[in-house]
Design a protein around this ligand. Structure first.
Ligand code: PGA
Length: 256
């Protein structure tokens, strides 16, 4: 099954205008394999700046813009929040939803995550749905239970057919920002479980969903991770803040 490969940069609350400039210039001379899409997700204030500065060369190559979060409502009195319409005006095409930092620090539940996914899809944007287990959940062999509980509310909210427009990022919480990457075998086994879980609802759709790995992915470990059958790209935090390292990851990705 041919699937797109996606490399998404999650800058979190890092970066500035000069990194935006550096990244755009850096990406200009990068060679991407066919069917690889690169998505840069800076903080909200830099979205418009990125889209104004990105060259047509960048865009043609498949270097697109993503947001790290969105509100599930259309508009209104929600101080500090941002809507899908606002993101679209800044040329955003992808939205990270349910990152583990949002789930743990900002108490986003799987129900809220499901509402956000629906809003993003209704707006014609592509959600990157993040799921993943904690260290103790992995140790207690609860990984599959946790992932199922994170996926099911989204399936209930949008229906399995809509997953054809969803990207899933599997990010074991214990691997995020810790330097501890899941082994390629462990990551593959979990990605396979996720695809099988979706396949129980619709095998054809499941085979099309890009599954990204996230958690301390870097220029050194990306190749063996990308070589796994069910790993279709990466959601990269720390290593996406270093232009040269991020470029290596992007050019290592193979579109299938
Ligand atoms: P990391 O972050 O690559 O720094 O581990 C990944 C993420 O949180 O998306």
């Amino acid at each position: 099954m041919k699937r797109r490969s996606i490399i998404a940069a999650n800058w979190k609350m890092n970066g500035n205008l000069s990194l935006i400039n550096e990244m755009i210039i850096g990406l200009n001379d990068m060679q991407l394999n066919e069917n690889v899409t690169v998505v840069i997700c800076p903080s909200f204030p830099y979205l418009a700046a990125f889209s104004q500065k990105a060259t047509s060369e960048n865009l043609q190559k498949g270097i697109l813009l993503g947001s790290q979060n969105v509100n599930e409502q259309q508009s209104g009195a929600f101080t500090g929040e941002i809507s899908t319409d606002m993101l679209k005006e800044c040329d955003v095409q992808y939205v990270i939803v349910g990152h583990s930092e949002r789930r743990s620090i900002y108490k986003e539940t799987s129900t809220l995550v499901a509402q956000k996914i629906k809003k993003v899809l209704d707006a014609g944007l592509t959600p990157i749905l993040c799921i993943g287990e904690s260290e103790s959940e992995r140790e207690n062999e609860q990984t599959n239970v946790v992932l199922s509980a994170q996926l099911q509310p989204v399936i209930d909210s949008i229906g399995i057919e809509k997953f054809v427009d969803v990207v899933i990022a599997y990010e074991p919480v214990w691997a995020i920002g810790t330097g501890k990457t899941a082994s390629p075998e462990m990551a593959q086994e979990t990605h396979h479980f996720i695809r099988e879980f979706l396949a129980q609802n619709n095998a054809k759709i499941a085979s099309k969903v890009p599954l990204l790995y996230g958690g301390s992915m870097n220029a050194t470990n990306c190749e063996t991770l990308f070589a796994q059958t069910d790993i279709d790209g990466g959601l990269i935090g720390g290593a996406s803040l270093k232009v040269d390292e991020f470029k290596i990851i992007c050019s290592t990705a193979k579109g299938y």
